[in-house]
Design a protein around this ligand. Structure first.
Ligand code: F6P
Length: 526
């Protein structure tokens, strides 16, 4: 029997607040620090490890967090989710994104359908279609092969797939599996669509219209923009467009597409990268086998996330330490800092994943909660971030926990030795240096040059960013966000907070405004 209780009613949360906090400067200095970094590490599968040596925990705090995990029934709630209980209370929906990559529990039958079978079947259809495009069995009207795939979508129908495409593009090049170049159109700003259209050859481009709801203003506008461009080039849009949507959406039975692939309402947009939303563009770009490897990596992380022992469960541990940092230590935000250029858009994906999921002030029953919830998420790849906002991270007045990622090897393998080290070694040296600088700080009589330290971080370390590793990293963060939502007793799977702005924008476009909205409309010449 699951109890959905607010975090501040749990005895373990009260206990956690009374445990003496860690002095991170002391803990991370000298042999103590070495010991922590050696011991505080959990495998994430796929050669990845989550190292939390520099997070502000010790064995006492970890014991208190383990109690919190038990009392909050975290693994039971995860099991309820993957066994098909109605976890999305706001929208009265099941939450089934893990089923796109594996069967974690009992078969989930919903609307008379075995959902795992449904998702796998759509993946097979996508794979067949992608193989036919690559072999030249499906071509443009002139019988020529498509060379470019362009995804049209926004939010979860853009950010995850785009981040993953960029993460694996160079890997695919060197592994000779980059089948088609991918581009993405998301913003309703006409310069986004026009900019992409100006750099592609539309005659050899296949457009993937992705919208679960089939009603998103930006996506439908960009669809018309692209259709115009195709018609202006003397091409029939129906020969250049496919759709990924839900079977109940207005796009589902549309004659204007070559074909359509389906997901459903049980997969939230920001959790949809492993469904057809990511599957179509990534299978077309890299081949279905690469997409299947990505799914395998995610499936492995999903299995590891079942473990009730927090020291063996990276996603749950990351989540609990994050709750401790947010609610007990009072830290307001979290920075995501991949030391990998390939992960340049991954922080943007995590912004939506985390903030759209846990940026809530009411619990899963719609009642206000008396504690802070999801932190502000932001980030950039290192070392670029170091030359941008790290000043504030090191010496600013807020302490911001940091989530680093780093890989021992580059994806492309091309490198150069300058002054005795490769670029890859320089990259890795920087992330190691930053972790210790943030944690330990530096004494200096000159206050301007003084570093207080005590700034926590964790790092996901891998051998190389491969499709499997990417899948495992993506699932790690999805599961982390899920577990934090469980602890805070939130519904992490709806997003009512995005609606009000959409309604007001419609009023502006219908010239149905007054007061400040009318004046802003006039100032912007609408
Ligand atoms: O911004 C709200 C939102 O519903 C996101 O949650 C979602 O990812 C995005 O819009 C796009 O939705 P759709 O895939 O239905 O076009």
């Amino acid at each position: 029997m699951i109890n959905w209780k607010n975090m501040d009613t749990l005895a373990a949360y009260q206990e956690l607040q009374n445990v003496e906090p860690v002095n991170l400067v002391e803990a991370m200095s000298g042999e103590n620090g070495a010991e922590r970094v050696r011991n505080y590490s959990v495998t994430m599968g796929e050669g990845l490890a989550f190292n939390y040596g520099a997070r502000p925990v010790d064995d006492k705090i970890l014991a208190a967090l383990a109690k919190l995990a038990d009392e909050a029934q975290l693994t039971e709630k995860y099991a309820a989710l993957y066994n098909g209980e109605m976890i999305n209370t706001g929208e009265k929906r099941l939450v089934l994104h893990q089923l796109t990559r594996g069967q974690l529990g009992e078969p989930v039958i919903a609307d008379g359908v075995d959902k795992r079978e449904f998702y796998v079947n759509e993946q097979k259809k996508i794979a067949e279609f992608a193989n036919k495009v690559h072999s030249g069995e499906i071509t443009n009207a002139a019988g020529e092969k498509f060379t470019t795939v362009v995804q049209i979508g926004i939010g979860g129908s853009d950010l995850g797939p785009r981040a993953i495409y960029l993460a694996l593009e160079n890997w695919a090049k060197v592994n000779d599996t980059l089948k088609m170049k991918a581009e993405f159109i998301s913003n309703v700003d006409p310069d986004d669509a026009a900019g992409v259209l100006s750099k592609i050859d539309v005659a050899h481009s296949l457009f993937v219209l992705v919208s679960k709801s089939g009603t998103t203003l930006e996506t439908l506008t960009n669809e018309s923009f692209v259709k115009n461009a195709l018609e202006n080039a003397g091409l029939n849009p129906a020969n250049h467009m496919i759709a990924v949507t839900s079977e109940t959406s207005p796009l589902a039975k549309n004659e204007g597409y070559m074909t359509a692939f389906f997901m459903d309402d049980y997969i939230g947009g920001r959790y949809s990268s492993s469904s057809g939303v990511g599957g179509a563009v990534l299978s077309l770009a890299f081949g279905p086998e690469v997409f299947a490897q990505f799914l395998d990596g995610a499936a492995e992380a999903d299995i590891l996330a079942k473990n009730p022992d927090i020291k063996q469960n990276a996603a749950m541990l990351d989540a609990l330490i994050g709750v401790y940092e947010r609610n007990v230590l009072g830290y307001p935000s979290t920075a995501v800092l991949p030391y990998s250029q390939a992960l340049s858009r991954f922080p943007a994906h995590l912004q939506q994943l985390d903030m759209e999921s846990n940026g809530k002030s009411v619990n899963r029953f719609g009642e206000p909660v008396d504690y802070v919830t999801g932190p502000v998420i932001f980030g950039e790849p290192g070392t670029n971030g170091q030359h941008s906002f790290y000043q504030l991270l090191h010496q600013g007045s807020d302490i911001i926990p940091l989530q680093f990622m780093g890989f021992r090897n580059s994806q492309m393998g091309t490198d150069v030795v300058i002054e005795g080290s490769t670029s890859q070694q320089k990259l890795c040296a920087n992330v190691a240096a930053q972790i210790v600088a943030f944690a330990c700080g530096k004494e200096d009589e000159n206050r301007n040059k003084y570093f207080a330290g005590g700034r926590p971080s964790s790092i996901i370390i891998g051998d190389k960013l491969t499709p499997k590793a990417m899948g495992a990293i993506l699932a790690h963060f999805e599961n982390k966000v899920m577990y934090q939502g469980f602890v805070w007793n939130l519904n992490s799977f709806d997003q009512e907070g995005v609606q009000l702005g959409k309604v007001l924008a419609k009023k502006v476009l219908a010239h149905d405004t007054d007061g400040a909205l009318k004046v802003y409309s006039e100032l912007l010449n609408i």
